[in-house]
Design a protein around this ligand. Structure first.
Ligand code: CA
Length: 513
């Protein structure tokens, strides 16, 4: 630890009222059991999340554990995959590697990372507890050679398995203007959107309304209303490819009809990610399906428009089922492992273990008590600086190293605390009513499966997306071209592709039980 960093850490420790630093001046990898120790970490993902030695929460972690991390990746490289492969090609690897779990497993099997299961068994009670309470995490961390190569992290407390992310929103002010009630079924939803199109709810005398829009440039969100799936999904022990099924065929026909009826944005495929911005600020958009937090912010953002854009329960699908397919997974898919060149794996696993303690979960989720939040009447309340931080609470927290995706549990309170009341209302409605369906779990592929998926996967998904657009835009008729579509997919080895996914899922279920 150089003098500057030591001074900085001390100043922080004093500012935070923490105890004096224990045993400074230790060189990298000096294996005193409790003394201070410096370690290198590679962390570079999402193209922008790069370990920063100045992150406050990691300074507190250093204070608690004696282990100070130093990032090796640089922000000037914006391509995470490139940074990762460059790091792997170096002669000596950093002590700790934080990256996408699938890549950690792959490189673990090649010898770049140490197997962790024995270390966990002997030195890591919090990790053991985490794996017991969240077997999905253990399965995700286990490579097809049977070894554990990384410690995953979660987006939520581990008892919140089906967490909402998105929901349906509708213009309550337009419903009121037309004397309509909130649609409860897919048919009612269709009729409301039709009324939005025909009956001038924005009151300007023109049929200029865009009833359903979506900034993703996709219609994935509507498939669920027709009991169909656009991609892979799991049910009753089976991994299914939705785009091969009759339900999908039917959904495409219905959605194509919605499109030709003019109740779906004519520019859905081209309007781009500013669709909400454009269509809500101009008082033209009627309904969408999107993230609670950001979508609930438009009423306040454009007060002059007088929007009352509110979250509603998912309309019941064609079978009468009220559900939401677009949840988010419990695991974020990233984590950290111990490299082959790490000289003190025991100290490192103990450090990882600390990050799964209750104390560390609070630090990771909220930052530092007295600095970033205070406890008022038993509730954590963020300071004004955090609440008013540019880009919202989560963004502020990420800049101090909190909420960053590594082997830690996110309490989710921070995300809720950053939401306005309307967003919370929507989020809680979907959560409390258990609308959210299980996500496809994180699977580990054998080398064979990996080869198959890499060889065929991209071509298949590209063809599906292209064909879907042709059908919805009406340039090709679904009934007339369906058989040819299935045949083409078969010629692209879709059956082998499905088999590889199924065998990975079978293994997942086996390991889980
Ligand atoms: Ca109008």
């Amino acid at each position: 630890m150089n003098k500057f960093k030591k001074a900085g850490a001390l100043a922080l420790a004093i500012a935070l009222g923490l105890g004096a630093l224990s045993g400074c001046g230790a060189k990298k990898q000096v294996s005193t059991s409790d003394g201070a120790m410096d370690m290198d970490i590679f962390m570079h993902f999402y193209g922008y999340c790069v370990f920063n030695d100045d992150w406050d929460v990691f300074k507190v972690a250093a204070e608690k554990t004696g282990v100070t991390l130093h990032g090796t990746a640089v922000e000037t490289v914006s391509d995470s995959a490139q940074a990762f492969s460059t790091m792997l090609s170096e002669k000596e690897l950093p002590d700790i590697i934080c990256y996408l779990g699938d890549d950690l497993k792959k490189n673990g099997e090649r010898g770049a990372l140490m197997p962790l299961e024995d270390l966990i068994e002997e030195y890591a009670p919090n990790i053991r507890k985490f794996f017991e309470e969240c077997p999905e995490a253990k399965v995700a961390a286990t490579a097809s050679d049977g070894h554990i190569y990384y410690i995953p992290g979660t987006l939520a407390p581990i008892d919140m398995k089906n967490l909402p992310s998105m929901g349906f929103f509708i213009r309550q002010d337009w419903l009121d203007n037309l004397g309509l009630s909130v649609p409860k079924t897919v048919d009612e939803y269709h009729d409301v959107l039709m009324a939005f199109k025909e009956n001038d709810p924005n009151g300007n005398g023109q049929k200029d309304e865009v009833p359903y829009f979506n900034r993703n440039g996709k219609l994935d969100d509507l498939f669920q209303l027709f009991a169909a799936h656009n991609g892979g999904y799991v049910k009753d022990g089976k991994y299914n490819l939705g785009f091969l099924e009759d339900e999908y065929k039917n959904a495409i026909k219905e959605i194509a009809k919605w499109y030709s009826d003019g109740i779906i944005d004519k520019e859905i495929f081209t309007r781009g990610n500013q669709a909400r911005e454009q269509l809500l600020s101009s008082n033209l958009g009627g309904s969408t399906h999107d993230w609670f937090s950001s979508t609930a912010s438009y009423n306040e953002k454009y007060p002059e428009v007088g929007l009352n854009f509110v979250p509603i329960a998912p309309p019941a699908d064609i079978n009468g089922v009220v559900k939401e397919d677009m949840g988010r997974s419990l695991l974020h898919g990233l984590g950290w492992g111990i490299s082959k060149d790490n000289k003190d794996a025991i100290r490192t696993i103990k450090y990882f273990d600390w990050w799964l303690s209750d104390e560390a979960t609070q630090l990771h989720s909220y930052g530092i008590e007295g600095v970033h939040y205070n406890v008022v009447d038993g509730e954590k309340v963020f300071t004004d600086e955090v609440l008013n931080g540019e880009g919202g609470v989560p963004n502020y927290l990420r800049n101090i190293g909190a909420l960053v995706e590594f082997g830690a549990i996110n309490d989710i309170g921070a995300e809720l605390a950053g939401m306005n009341d309307l967003a919370k209302e929507g989020f809680n409605m979907y959560l409390d009513n258990n609308y959210v369906q299980p996500n496809v779990p994180a699977l580990s592929y054998s080398k064979e499966e990996q080869k198959t998926i890499e060889a065929y996967g991209n071509n298949i998904t590209t063809l599906v997306a292209e064909q879907q657009q042709k059908w919805i835009l009406g340039t090709e008729d679904v009934d007339a071209t369906w058989d040819k579509y299935i045949e083409t997919l078969k010629s692209m080895n879709v059956e082998e592709y499905a088999k590889a996914l199924q065998s990975a899922y079978d293994r997942y279920l086996e390991e889980l039980n």
